[in-house]
Design a protein around this ligand. Structure first.
Ligand SMILES: C[S@@+](CC[C@H](N)C(=O)[O-])C[C@H]1O[C@@H](n2cnc3c(N)ncnc32)[C@H](O)[C@@H]1O
Length: 313
């Protein structure tokens, strides 16, 4: 059953990520996977680690984390590494590392978004293809759900979210439709939301964009990525690397801009620098890494993936 579960999620840019890892042959290395998911990247990363190294795993989804813990148990024992599983949003990276007195990471990586299994899970309401309750939280124990966003956000705020996070040009008309319908009856399921979008524009891409926008808002995804990646860079040791896989342009732009800023000595636009910012990293990917044709053929979900790497200097 577990193996079958894992089969459903194919890790993206797996070889590219594993090939980036360069650990010490003798000194203790600490590696962090901020998005453990179905442990595909983790499993291959462990193979590059040695006895007493520490591997820290984050996942905001507790069910996912427990499943991974069970499945990685044998490999962890066999390699005799120290395993730390953290049920938390990666925005808490700084706090979680400080709590454990950890300050020099050799490698940290993010594989953003959701796994294929999460899309299949009925109760989350991530997908517009089924009829599920509107939820969309990675961590169902915390925060606002999609139900609250759709039913209680002001129209103007919905328009902004649909435009910015969904890059949807029918944003206003869809938000107006939501406003009209929710006055008659609350929108409670993915199907209701989906048919409502369809009544404005019958197009799977529009639905995908609106669902994506709501998911980003529900999980505060873009802000959390910014905070966590900036913190991650601070915690890297010299020559430590950060590897980030993104699946849409909004995320990629954030990663690209943070790496660009962190690779500069000054980030203010003053004639005489007032920011005193110091260069922290070297960018190892002038252009993002993208999947090879063969990978896209085997796993169409990978087609929008981009990875960027920074190395601490
Ligand atoms: C695309 S999957 C990772 C797949 C994994 N790399 C693999 O090879 O199987 C992303 C995972 O990260 C988790 N996740 C997404 N955003 C998160 C966040 N902000 N903090 C912690 N976990 C997050 C999701 O719950 C999901 O399990």
């Amino acid at each position: 059953m577990l193996e079958k579960t894992q089969e459903k999620h194919i890790s993206v840019l797996l070889h590219e990520l594993v090939d980036t890892i360069s650990l010490s042959p003798s000194k203790k290395d600490i590696v962090v996977d901020c998005t453990l998911g179905f442990w595909g990247h983790a499993k291959e990363t462990i193979r590059k680690m040695k006895k007493w190294d520490m591997f820290i795993w984050f996942d905001a989804d507790e069910k996912n984390l427990n499943l991974a813990k069970d499945n990685l148990k044998h490999l962890v024992q066999e390699k005799q590494i120290e395993a730390v599983f953290i049920h938390s949003n990666f925005v808490q990276l700084k706090e979680e590392l400080e709590k454990r007195n950890i300050d020099s990471l050799s490698f940290i990586y993010y594989d953003l978004g959701i796994s294929s299994m999460q899309i299949d899970e009925w109760e989350r309401g991530f997908s517009f293809k089924n009829d599920w309750p509107l939820d969309m939280r990675f961590d169902k124990t915390k925060g606002k759900s999609a139900y609250e966003v759709v039913n209680f956000y002001e129209k103007e705020k919905l328009i902004k979210i649909f435009k910015e996070y969904g890059e949807e040009n029918m944003a206003r008309r869809i938000a107006e439709k939501i406003e009209t319908e929710r006055k008659k009856k609350k929108i409670t399921t993915t199907k209701e939301l989906s048919s409502l979008i369809e009544s404005i524009k019958w197009d799977a891409k529009t639905k995908a964009r609106i669902f994506q926008a709501i998911r980003i808002e529900v999980n505060n995804e873009l802000e959390n990525i910014k905070i966590s990646i900036r913190d991650a860079i601070k915690f890297l040791k010299k020559w430590g690397k950060i590897f980030v896989i993104t699946f849409h342009s909004l995320e990629d732009r954030i990663v690209k801009n943070i790496l660009r800023d962190e690779s500069k000595d000054c980030i203010c636009s003053e004639l005489i620098c007032t920011c005193k910012h110091k260069k922290n990293i070297k960018i190892l990917t002038k252009k993002p890494i993208i999947p090879r044709n063969e990978e896209i053929k085997n796993n169409p979900r990978s087609r929008s993936a981009k990875a960027r790497i920074g190395e601490k200097i």
